[in-house]
Design a protein around this ligand. Structure first.
Ligand SMILES: [Zn+2]
Length: 107
């Protein structure tokens, strides 16, 4: 069982999300201008047939959803099992919406 996030940690994760969102917006602008973008920094998986711009938009949607959860006070819980996500996982992937166990075994 993970401890609840401290307000200072939540603020730090929020800033990480905002920074990543700004970076993604920049990448999306470049993509729409027909420029090359290094997509290996993007969220894993990628649906088959998805264009790079769609992939960036999907990632942006994830970030927006997490920022909304921070505002609503529901940030940092696994969408599948409801367990708190650990600070270590959130620092690595502040846009995570599943714990490591659920992410590894999607239902
Ligand atoms: Zn879970």
């Amino acid at each position: 069982m993970e401890a609840p996030l401290e307000p200072a940690d939540r603020d730090r994760l929020r800033r990480l999300l905002l920074a990543k969102g700004a970076e993604l917006n920049d990448q999306l602008t470049r993509l729409l201008d027909g420029k090359e973008v290094a997509l290996e920094t993007l969220v894993g998986g990628g649906d088959p047939g998805e264009t790079p711009a769609e992939r960036v938009r999907r990632f942006l949607d994830l970030i927006d959803a997490r920022l909304g959860e921070i505002r609503a006070g529901t940030y940092g819980r696994c969408a599948t099992c409801g367990e708190r996500l650990g600070l270590a996982r959130l620092e690595q992937m502040p846009w995570a919406d599943r714990c490591a166990a659920c992410a590894a075994n999607p239902k």
